[in-house]
Write a protein that binds this ligand. Structure first.
Ligand code: AMP
Length: 210
């Protein structure tokens, strides 16, 4: 089964993906995670990506599609359960993915804009296990420390408010045609994420997961 998660930055795609990975054994493909790993290196590509990501803009489609092609090759299993988080972000990427494999569900995760800014600027992430926390409503047991492995939590560079607003604008400018394309493919479903547990339940119902 292949699921793609659509939705604004901060809508909860990462948390839903983590759940499906842990409880249902999905392989989680996050282009954002791949790019964040890439920019820790000191290469011309890393420096180019760093600038793009900190401007709130998208990486070009050829680079992004190639990352996904490599991930699919690495998985090398047509039966695998895969969740794509943050990919595709536009119609060109959707068309590319469709050539690589069959997408079963496109789930549009919806959250209000003000809530998104609050969620993202309060977000803290474990750099090791990728668990996601929030200083407002999902605090770790010990301040700034991952409950699972004790790592020091970090704030993503592109989670600062000014970048978040740019990322949201980028998302809004590309989202409508992407949603329309998924609707035309008969794979579109909508989930309201006012609470993570509710959103997860809706996703499980849509995908017939026990
Ligand atoms: P994310 O973690 O999905 O919010 O992605 C963080 C940043 O990585 C985005 O703001 C983009 O700069 C880049 N990125 C991630 N996924 C994509 C994608 N599918 N297409 C283009 N750029 C992407």
């Amino acid at each position: 089964m292949v699921i793609i998660l659509l939705g604004a930055p901060g809508s909860g795609k990462g948390s839903i993906s983590n759940y499906l990975k842990e409880k249902h054994g999905f392989i989680h493909v996050s282009t954002g995670d791949v790019f964040r790993k890439t920019i820790t290196q000191d290469t011309p590509l890393a420096n180019k990506l760093k600038q793009i990501m900190l401007s709130g803009k998208l990486v070009d489609d050829d680079t992004t599609n190639e990352v996904v092609r490599q991930e699919v090759l690495r998985i090398n299993n047509p039966q695998a359960n895969i969740i794509f988080d943050g990919y595709p972000r536009n119609v060109v990427q959707l068309e590319y993915l469709n050539k690589l494999l069959k997408v079963d569900y496109a789930i549009d995760v919806q959250v209000d804009r003000d809530e998104i800014v609050k969620r993202i600027t309060g977000r803290r992430v474990c750099p090791v296990c990728k668990e996601i926390y929030n200083i407002h409503f999902k605090k770790p047991k010990v301040e700034n420390t991952c409950d699972k492995d004790g790592s020091l939590l970090v704030q993503r560079n592109d989670d600062q408010e000014s970048v978040v607003i740019e990322r949201y604008k980028t998302y809004m400018s590309l989202n409508a045609p992407l949603i329309e394309a998924c609707k035309n493919m008969n794979i579109l479903h909508t989930v309201k994420n006012d609470q993570l547990e509710h959103a997860i339940k809706q996703v499980k119902d849509i995908c017939n997961l026990k």
